[in-house]
Design a protein around this ligand. Structure first.
Ligand code: BG6
Ligand code: MG
Length: 212
């Protein structure tokens, strides 16, 4: 096989939390009178919670203190976690489930590399808490994508060098992070046509075509 490990982004790759992120940020933006729509929501893919808030506040006429910003992020996250409670293993698509089950039968190491601090909660909701060999997430990094830290951490956790791993991403920030870290990248969803990726996936199960 061309790779010895696969590092998956979580949101938008393994499961779809986009709508919940959007609804929670939209509620905050509306309360603060800041314009925000689904197109701007796309700019937040792969980006950390505080960096996402900064992008939203770019459209605000007011400036806010660090304390106010921390409270806004907390407010969004509380609502977001309420919405995440609606998720269950049924939210894992058949395409993702079948592919992950097939990959689990190979010798490949499988890891998560996500900017989200809610990764453990989301994995629990979708029934994948114990599925991966390693989970690197927003709780164990200081620099969010497009910095490669989370992928480098995931590779280290599964004992592989970046050259041996394929990263699967749906965010342009994540594709950039993979390239910066020396990883091959399979792009899908919003980032599918990103020229910096080595593979362009129509659907998750197309991963099999990258493994040779
Ligand atoms: C990423 C999402 O996975 O996690 C971003 O694509 C999100 O949209 C980021 O901002 C941080 O998420 P959380 O759950 O820590 O607020
Ligand atoms: Mg993503």
């Amino acid at each position: 096989m061309k790779y010895r490990g696969i590092i998956f982004d979580l949101d938008g790759v393994i499961c779809s939390t986009d709508e919940y992120h959007y609804l929670a940020w939209k509620a905050l933006a509306d309360r603060l009178g800041i314009p925000f729509d689904r197109e701007r929501n796309n700019l937040l893919r792969g980006v950390s919670r505080m960096a996402s808030l900064d992008i939203i506040l770019e459209k605000s006429e007011k400036t806010y203190t660090d304390e106010e910003k921390a409270a806004f992020a907390e407010e969004k996250n509380t609502l977001y976690r309420q919405l995440l409670k609606r998720m269950s293993p049924a939210d894992l698509s058949d395409d993702v489930k079948t592919t992950l089950d097939a990959l689990r039968k190979t010798d490949l190491k499988l890891a998560i590399g996500s900017s989200s601090k809610n990764t453990p909660f989301i994995l629990e909701r979708i029934g994948l808490s114990h599925f991966f060999d390693a989970v690197a997430d927003g709780n164990c990094i200081t620099r969010s994508k497009p910095h490669p830290e989370v992928f480098l951490k995931a590779a280290e956790m599964i004992g592989l060098s970046p050259a041996d791993c394929l990263v699967v991403e749906d965010a342009h920030a994540g594709v950039e992070a993979a390239a910066a870290g020396g990883f091959d990248c399979a792009a899908m969803g919003d980032a599918r046509d990103d020229a910096r990726a080595n593979w362009h996936l129509e659907r998750f199960s197309d991963l099999s075509k990258c493994l040779g």
